[in-house]
Ligand binder design. Sequence first.
Ligand SMILES: Nc1nc2c(ncn2[C@@H]2O[C@H](COP(=O)(O)OP(=O)(O)O)[C@@H](O)[C@H]2O)c(=O)[nH]1
Ligand SMILES: [Mg+2]
Length: 479
Amino acid sequence: MAKLTKEDKYKLQNLIGDGPKAFEKLYSAKENGCDAVAFHKHCDNRGATLTLVYNSVGDVYGGFTTASWQSVTNHMVYDTSAFLCLLRREGNTEAIKFSIKLPPSAIMLDEESGPAFGSGPDLQLFRGKISPEADGMFILNSSMVPTSYVSLPKSLADEITGDASVSDIMVYSVKDASEQLMEIPWRPEPRFDKEYLNDLMDEVEGYWPLKDMGVNENALQNVNILFIGPIGAGKSSFLNSVESVFRGHVTMSASAGSRTKSVTSAYRQYPITASDNRQYLRFQLCDCRGLDDGNNITKDIEAILEGHMPDNYTFNISNPLTSTTHGFRKDPKLKDKIHCVVYVLDAEKYSADLDISFVTADVRDQIKDIQDMVDQKGIPQLILLNKVDNACTLTKQNAANVYKSEKILMKCKDAGNCLGLPPMTVMPMKNYYMEPSTTDDISILALYNIRQMLRAADTFLRVNHLDELRSDKYESSYN
Ligand SMILES: Nc1nc2c(ncn2[C@@H]2O[C@H](COP(=O)(O)OP(=O)(O)O)[C@@H](O)[C@H]2O)c(=O)[nH]1
Ligand SMILES: [Mg+2]
């Protein structure tokens, strides 16, 4: 059986384009028989494929199509991505690509034919069945009449130096390599099982600020996590996801939607009730107006960070909150301030290939100003990368695949780069947005991400407020 070398793969990836590819052998004439029936049995309905022929003088040539092979009678199929190629030739390392000229006749489907490209046919390898010669070679009854593929200036037929005698014909399925799951997750945690879910639930429900540092349970009522991001990135949806975990069913407390104007026009601090409905958890999720072009709310965000903005305050773009605004909290306590900032981005918005960013240039500038402010105050910053289901079909099928998806790993790195934060600060997330009821996988993601935020908030408190929170003299936030 003929083998694809590393160099072959590299050349083929370049010819096909659009990132790394995985080649999986579907058919070999030597192993399965040089027979149209055997070819169709192994290759029909498999999506994109690459066919390669190995001839007696060392030429390796063939064709690529994204259309599936099928057992029908004489039917032409449209494909703009199809091409023929001469991959190797004795003493020549450059691959030659013959692009499609007439996409409507890219490949020809026929149950009595092996792989066939173009209406010439430009490259039809064999019809019916061909038995091997004594030396194992197949003498093909090929047809090569350049018609549907470009000849530049020579056609594939002109380039091939050997006769019709070939050692093998291989067909590979071609898949996007980044759509394959990694064997070892790129982050060791979380695990996606019931036990892990229960542990996370206990830890988040049992949390109080700096518990691990021996700080008294009543020293600080709660930490505050502020969510900042462009309109529609899924801030409200994440808050709803977290609330849903503790309610045990999907809820919509924070209004979410895809209207272009921010649905969230008021500043809201959401406390979360424990699953037994008895007490509030010791953190609040703070939802603010979404960022959009031309509406800078950086000043208001500063007021939020410092604890001056009251719950339910309606943003007024032309008049930021000042000390004279009604409701302005003049003497904010530690429990009113922000202890962790989470930038919320939409994974779907980004495309490295099309050079589309997660945010517009204007929103990027606004976030930069906000980041400077947050940096100065030493508040930890994380990124919540929402809608990862739209960025990776395997994660869409099963949220537990998120940490095994190379595509999502790349997105997380890109999201970190976009805001100048390290990749470990990026938390991929799929929200409850169309699920009728809660599922363990999404709940694990929500809780795991919340725990990251609580740990970040604790780090901030440890560095800046530990002595004061430990001190007996500390005026409890409950007063
Ligand atoms: N596919 C998908 N859609 C989501 C996800 N999270 C939110 N959405 C959708 O994104 C849209 C905007 O969400 P929303 O929470 O209102 O964004 P906000 O403006 O940042 O508060 C809504 O239509 C949601 O249903 C997610 O994880 N996956
Ligand atoms: Mg919202």
